[in-house]
Design a protein around this ligand. Sequence first.
Ligand code: R1P
Ligand code: URA
Length: 292
Amino acid sequence: MDKRIAESELIINSRGAVYHLDVRPDELAHTIITVGDPDRVGSVSKHFDKIESKFQHREFVTHTGYIGNKRISVVSTGIGTDNIDIVLNELDALVNIDFETRLIKPELTSLQIIRLGTSGALQESIPVDSFVVSSHGLGLDNLMPYYAFENTTAEKQLLEAFRGQVFLQPGGANPCLFAAAAHLQNHFKDGFHTGITVTCPGFYAPQGRVLRGTLSNPNLIDNLTGFSYEEHRITNFEMETSAIYGMGRVLGHHCLSVSAIVANRIRKEFSKDGGAAVAALIEKGLGIIAGI
Ligand code: R1P
Ligand code: URA
C-alpha cells in the first residue's frame, strides 16, 4: 500500500511551508503557545529574548523565538474548533511528516501545546480577571466525532455523569470529553482555579447568551453550573479547549488550556480591563512555560 500522503491531502506551498499556517518544519519550536486573537501573538513574543521568525497567513500568525534557551512558537488559531482542526493537524504535520518524501516519520515527536485564551466563568466564586486551568475540555461542538479516539475509564465515567445531569436538546451536541496533560497541569496550580471547561460552537446561544435570538435550551447555563461529579465542577465556557485536548489525544501531543476570565455569567459581570487580565496571564504563563 502507498503510504505517501498525496498533494491534495497535505498541501505544501512554494516556500515548502504547510498550507494554512505558512510555516516550514524548521520554523516551528516543539513548545507551542496558541492564542485565539492574532494580535495576541505579538503580546506574547514581545517577552521573547530573541525572535527568530514571523509569519502570517489569514488569521494564523506564528512567531518563533527564545526565552533564555527555551525555543517557543506562538500561533494564533482564530476562533473555534474548526480552526483547531486545521492548526493541530498542520502543527503535527510539521513535526511528524517528512515534507520531502510525504511519509510519516518512523520516530514521532510529541509537542507541548498550551492555550492562553479568554473565557467566561460559570461559577459565582470565579471572579473576572482570575485565571482558570482546564482539567478537562468538554466539547459541545461536533469536531471530534469525525475522528477515531480512545477515552480513559475516568473520562468515560465523567462524560456519563454529564450526560445524566445536563440536558442537551435532541439533535444538538454529541458531547465529548478529554483530560489535560497531567504533567503540564501540575505546573499550573498556584494562582489558578481548576475545573472542567465547556467548549461551545458559538459565543451567543451556544453559551446561553440572549440578544435578539431566542434560546432553544434556556436552562443550559444553570445545568452546567450545577453539574458535579466527585470533585469535578464545570468552571468555564470558551470555544477551543476540547478540540485542542481531543486532537492532542488523536495525534499524541501534550496539551493544556489556560484562560483569563473576562466574563462571569452568573454574576453578569465583564472585566473592566480584559486586556490587562490577558497581559497578566501571558506574563504568568510565560514564567511557567519557560521553566518546563
Ligand atoms: C470568543 O470571544 C473567543 O475568546 C475565547 C474563545 O475561546 C473564543 O475564541 O478565546 P480567545 O480569547 O483565545 O480567542
Ligand atoms: N470567550 C468566550 O468564549 N466566552 C466568554 O464568555 C468570554 C470569552
